[in-house]
Design a protein around this ligand. Structure first.
Ligand SMILES: [Zn+2]
Length: 330
């Protein structure tokens, strides 16, 4: 039975709008077992919480572990999270969630100290703790998928802000006359540089008569166009798709310019489904940073794909337990 804190186990949970992923891990970030289920978000908080607990049960099945063998359970959830109170204040991906005391519900069920944080913020912590080969004091992690989220490590620690909700970088205004955002504002970064933005622009161009193979890939059904389809068309050499992704990279770069000037990070890691588009997206973004950011921070920053892939959320939740229980790996 492990007595030392470093030998204790941590359970990480990544709660998203479509799936719940859980992993049993060591304090060094080695994953020992995994569990997964669909969120069934439309069924509301009670059903989702039951589903989280069942996913944890399945992850731990056959392990015969006692609560005393755990350092804690970490939960990374999408939305506005009050980590101190352990509540999901609201979440665009979880209908009906308002001030839901998720942390206490899980803690009571398993009798293990539980911690709750925003998924993108914790992903930054996960990349920082377990992805990097060497210590870095200033890091920004950005996830680009249907929206844009992120987390900031500044001066060697997670930057959480006055109310614990810092890092909502997807909602910085990039174009005051831009598209309407789900948050209610106009021209937020994620309305211009996310997968949703890419699909929207593809549909617009097709409706205006652009010649492209994108429409053939969805058998003529314009409603089926998403970022993945545009990426596939680009990989097959479609000129419009390549141009749209390059344009997305331009807007990604505009937001990065702001972050580079404000935070002067050593490293920016870009994760999320859209980041899998690779150089076609990243090279235009990096070019804009070189052109527009102040040269001192622009020369100091490295911008590259995130290191943990789809595990950044889970390992972020694991890292959050380590951080909250004051047991940093390094
Ligand atoms: Zn917004």
């Amino acid at each position: 039975m492990p007595e030392n804190k470093e030998q204790k186990l941590i359970l990480g949970v990544d709660l998203g709008g479509t799936k719940i992923a859980a992993a049993l891990a060591t304090a060094q970030g080695k994953i020992l077992a995994r569990g997964r289920s669909s969120t069934r978000a439309q069924a509301g908080p009670d059903v989702v919480i039951k589903s989280i607990c069942a996913t944890i049960d399945r992850t731990l099945a056959a392990k015969r572990l006692k609560p005393s063998q755990f350092l804690g359970i970490g939960i990374a959830a999408a939305g506005i999270i009050d980590s101190d109170k352990g509540k999901v204040i609201s979440s665009p991906n979880l209908p009906g969630w308002h001030e839901v005391p998720l942390r206490d519900a899980v803690e009571q069920r398993f009798g293990i100290p539980t911690y709750l944080g925003n998924d993108a913020t914790l992903a930054a912590l996960g990349e920082w703790c377990f992805g990097l080969k060497k210590g870095i004091a200033n890091l920004i992690y950005i996830t680009v998928s249907t929206g844009i989220g992120g987390g900031i490590i500044a001066g060697g620690k997670l930057y959480t802000g006055a109310c614990g909700v810092a890092g909502e970088i997807g909602h910085m205004t990039i174009d005051v006359n831009g598209p309407k955002c789900n948050c209610g504002n106009i021209g937020c970064w994620e309305t211009l540089a996310s997968g949703t933005a890419l699909a929207r622009e593809a549909v617009k161009q097709i409706r205006e008569g652009a010649k492209t193979s994108i429409i053939e890939l969805v058998n003529g059904d314009i409603s089926k166009i998403d970022a993945k389809v545009v990426d596939l068309a680009a990989k097959q050499g479609d000129e419009l798709a390549k141009e749209l992704i390059s344009r997305l990279g331009y807007y990604l770069g505009i937001g990065l310019v702001n972050l580079v000037n404000i935070f002067n990070p050593e490293l920016i890691l870009i994760g999320g489904g859209v980041a899998k588009m690779g150089d076609l997206l990243l090279q235009p973004a990096i070019k804009i940073v070189k052109e527009r950011a102040f040269s001192t921070p622009a020369n100091a920053v490295e911008i590259k794909p995130a290191l943990l892939g789809d595990d950044s959320g889970i390992l972020g939740a694991v890292a959050f337990v380590l951080e909250r229980s004051k047991n940093y790996r390094r």
